[in-house]
Design a binder for this molecule. Sequence first.
Ligand SMILES: Nc1ncnc2c1ncn2[C@@H]1O[C@H](COP(=O)(O)OP(=O)(O)OP(=O)(O)O)[C@@H](O)[C@H]1O
Length: 122
Amino acid sequence: MKSQEFSIRGRIRSFRFAWEGIASFFLTEHNAWLHFMATVAVFTLSALAGVTKNELLALVFAIGFVWVSEMFNTCIERVMDFVSEQRHPDIKFIKDLASGAVLVAALTAVAVGAIIFIPKLF
Ligand SMILES: Nc1ncnc2c1ncn2[C@@H]1O[C@H](COP(=O)(O)OP(=O)(O)OP(=O)(O)O)[C@@H](O)[C@H]1O
């Protein structure tokens, strides 16, 4: 790969593409809106329940983990659909594994939320 000289303009351009990626994620994926609503709900509950700084850090990481895994899952689904429109057991394996990773992230976030909120609410 050709090495490019560092330029502020180039970095700003890459940053703009990254924002375009996030915007496309919201425009094309229903799951993005579900995650957005869950994120708003968690931060509203955090404000109402009065979480500590460390608890907030754990929640931010758990939520970020879910967002990142969902975005990579979407990338993998798109790549697989681009590679082949035919049904293939390898594509099933790859897509199911990527979905499984999102589930692991979501269950982790639920566990973090339960550890933090259950003692505060009950
Ligand atoms: N080309 C394929 N070959 C074999 N199985 C496939 C193929 N495409 C999809 N599948 C199976 O169907 C499931 C759903 O695939 P699809 O691409 O529709 O994801 P999705 O339902 O849109 O997922 P999400 O809700 O995470 O966006 C996959 O997890 C996989 O089990």
